[in-house]
Write a new protein. Structure first.
Length: 149
């Protein structure tokens, strides 16, 4: 049994830069307007990719998806610049069954986005690919757990 705490990487200065660089390189193969994911695991990832993209003349906005819409304020589930009509990538730090990734896809699609790719830093290979395949969603993890262990 093991636990992968990707935040030890995504919240360190060097790790955030490396993760952002790897994902930005991956996204060069796609026509993408924004990258987003479920709070909390995706927060540092999407912010890093957006910032590094800006430095490299690759304009990619970031957005965050709440598990459920806020009950006060603007009562939004998707936070950040509007993704309506935009092509987006959904990212998470570690993916197990894919349920959280799929919940994020549903929220982005409900906000009017076209999901062109789903990704993660580490796929634990416990059903995510199969779940996303059923919805015809492209899934391209950076690493699989087999590559790391």
């Amino acid at each position: 049994h093991y636990y992968l705490d990707a935040r030890l990487i995504t919240l360190s200065s060097e790790g955030a830069l490396l993760v952002s660089r790897v994902l930005l390189n991956m996204l060069q193969d796609y026509d993408v307007d924004a990258i987003g994911g479920m709070t909390m695991g995706a927060d540092p990832i999407v912010s890093g990719v957006a910032a590094l993209g800006c430095l490299e003349d690759m304009s990619i906005d970031a957005f965050i998806v709440r598990k459920q819409a806020k009950e006060h304020g603007r009562q939004k589930q998707v936070e950040g610049p509007s993704i309506k009509g935009k092509k987006v990538v959904i990212v998470d730090d570690v993916v197990t069954s894919g349920g959280s990734l799929l919940q994020t896809v549903d929220a982005a699609q409900s906000a009017g986005a076209e999901v062109v790719l789903t990704t993660c830093l580490v796929d634990r290979q416990e059903g995510a690919k199969e779940l996303l395949d059923k919805r015809d969603l492209k899934f391209e993890p950076v690493f699989t757990v087999k590559e790391l262990l």
